[in-house]
Design a protein around this ligand. Structure first.
Ligand code: G4P
Length: 528
């Protein structure tokens, strides 16, 4: 009979962060191959294509070459259960990515050997730093000419502000790529395109002293390698598990995802050293994974996964206890018991009905809009997980309806799309406008497309005089009422009914903040 602490300790839940094109999809595919979760390379892309076929709006996603949705993949490896939470790659979909990162215990950063640290990586790294998330680094595309490895480590250290501890080190690069040396075990893994799918299918020497190695890579290269290793070992940081777990040091690996090279040393090290589920903060106490009772929080909502059924799936990260199919759980915000029937698990091969799930796992709960991002589920205790942020959007448009009779559908569509978290929906107190806020401009196209496709509403978006929003909070009800009266023309409600200040200019916002020192105007709101 499995128990909570053993099952929790086996879990490794992580996400891959990278700049678009660095190789996240390719690496994901190879990791799944090692997990035995898929049979053939190319399956991840194949899976993407299959999903496109089931939902038309995703044609937009395909057209634009971006991934709007993120998913969850689970596979077993070496006695562990790995949960890989996919993050959407396009810069416009930042918020969704941020929330995925609140649901993981560690991250894997992929860097293109020729491009080094790119802008999106910097942003994602900042998010990881908020929670001191431990990060491993994979420097990819070694089969191509790139920058000097030492120089790349320097760049990671100076630009990202994290110590590097190389765990593998490349032997050559591009045309001259011969393999990698594992600095901790001493093993040498040879680079042989088309192979390396298992340890048996790889050529591995126990150390660089193995006489057969020279025959394979040549005397000159071996001498160069010896010199370089002496240099690296003198100049870099040795791996320090404590520093890694505290988010101060990143173990670094080199390889070529598309050639499946250098991936196995990474995965082996990952399951050995990456943290299992960690205790998490709530409004009342820390929750430990090994607790017997189920707790979890929702970090993502996806509407209309199946256009035949107008339902939504709430992705819940299990934080403690055991989930069993059909069990009842307490939906804290609603104050209600609900039956978690037909919950989904996310095996990499397909979505399946969950029989059980443990800390670190993610389950998908079908619902009709009753569950929101940030919601906590327990077995009766009233507590709420903290740290799942809602960011003030930066771009605003007013919805313009081409058929006035469809107002109800428009409202419903905007509200439901906002539940997914990528856009936010505001209703000004003084007008009948419907305002959509987004972090990126592409989201308005996505919203228009989906309104038409899923709700039959023909709507466009036009400029509106709002530059930013602030959630309004005030401990003194009389002051708040006064603030409401005096500023009614700039106030509105968000989809959750929370009071929001819709600032027409930055100057106006600043003056308002100075004039009302007792009223807090917040740029982020934790999901209530
Ligand atoms: P992403 O999810 O981070 O956006 O990157 P993705 O894996 O889609 O990879 C981006 C491109 O880089 C792909 O090429 C992929 O084949 C290539 N790539 C990934 N890993 C390696 C590697 O180790 N070496 C080399 N040389 N290329 C690599 P593409 O032309 O955009 O797509 P495709 O037609 O090859 O699939």
């Amino acid at each position: 009979m499995p128990d909570v602490s053993t099952e929790a300790a086996r879990r490794r839940t992580f996400a891959i962060i990278s700049h678009p094109d660095a190789g996240k999809t390719t690496l994901t595919e190879k990791l799944l191959l090692f997990g035995g979760a898929i049979q053939m390379a190319g399956s991840v892309k194949g899976r993407k294509a299959a999903r496109h076929a089931t939902s038309d709006w995703m044609a937009l996603e395909k057209e634009r070459g971006i991934s709007v949705t993120s998913s969850v993949m689970q596979f077993p490896y070496e006695g562990r259960v790995v949960n890989l939470l996919d993050t959407p790659g396009h810069a416009d979909f930042g918020e969704d990515t941020y929330r995925v990162l609140t649901a993981v215990d560690s991250a894997l950063m992929v860097i293109d050997v020729a491009k080094g640290v790119e802008e999106r990586t910097i942003k994602l790294m900042e998010v990881c730093r908020l929670r001191d998330t431990p990060i491993m680094t994979f420097i990819n595309k070694l089969d191509r000419e790139g920058r000097e490895p030492i120089e790349l480590l320097d760049e990671v250290e100076s630009v990202l502000g994290i110590q590097c501890a190389p765990v593998t080190w490349p032997i050559g690069m591009g045309q001259r790529l011969k393999g990698v040396v594992h600095l901790l075990t001493g093993e040498v893994h040879l680079y042989e395109p088309g192979r390396n799918f298992t340890r048996q299918d790889s050529t591995i020497f126990a150390s660089i002293e193995d006489p057969a190695l020279e025959a394979r890579i040549g005397a000159q290269m071996l001498t160069e390698l010896r010199d370089e290793l002496a240099l690296v070992q003198g100049a870099s940081h040795p791996f320090d598990a404590g520093a890694y777990l505290a988010g101060r040091q990143t173990p670094v690996f080199f390889g070529s995802a598309v050639n499946n090279f250098g991936v196995q040393p990474l995965l082996d090290f990952f399951v050995g050293h990456a943290p299992p589920p960690q205790p998490r903060a709530t409004t009342t106490r820390m929750v430990r994974p090994a607790e017997e009772r189920l707790t979890g929080f929702v970090f993502k909502i996806q509407a209309n996964m199946d256009p035949q059924h107008r339902d939504r799936v709430a992705f819940m990260r299990v934080c403690s206890g055991r989930f069993v199919a059909g069990m009842k759980a307490f939906h804290v915000r609603a104050g209600k018991e609900v039956k978690l029937a037909n919950a989904l698990t996310f095996m990499a091969s397909d979505r399946e009905i969950a029989a059980e799930a443990w800390p670190g796992d993610v389950i998908g709960i079908h619902n009709h809009g009753t569950i929101s991002i940030g919601d906590t589920f327990t077995e009766g205790e009233t507590l709420a997980f903290t740290g799942i942020p809602n960011f003030a959007p930066e771009l605003f448009r007013r919805a313009r309806l081409r058929d006035p009779l469809k107002l109800k559908q428009l409202q419903k569509g905007l509200a439901q799309l906002s539940e997914e978290g990528a856009t936010q929906f505001f209703r000004p107190l003084m007008s009948n406008d419907l305002i959509l806020g987004a972090v990126g401009v592409l989201q308005f196209d996505v919203a228009a497309y989906r309104l038409k496709d899923e709700y039959g509403v023909d709507a466009g978006f036009e400029p509106v005089g709002v530059v930013t929003t602030r959630w309004v909070r005030c401990g003194d009800p009389r002051k708040l009422e006064e603030f409401r009266e005096k500023n009614a023309q700039h106030l509105g409600l968000d989809a959750a009914g929370q009071l929001v200040y819709l600032a027409p200019t930055r100057v106006n916002l600043q003056l308002t903040a100075e004039r009302w020192p007792d009223v807090e105007l917040l740029a982020t709101r934790e999901h209530a």
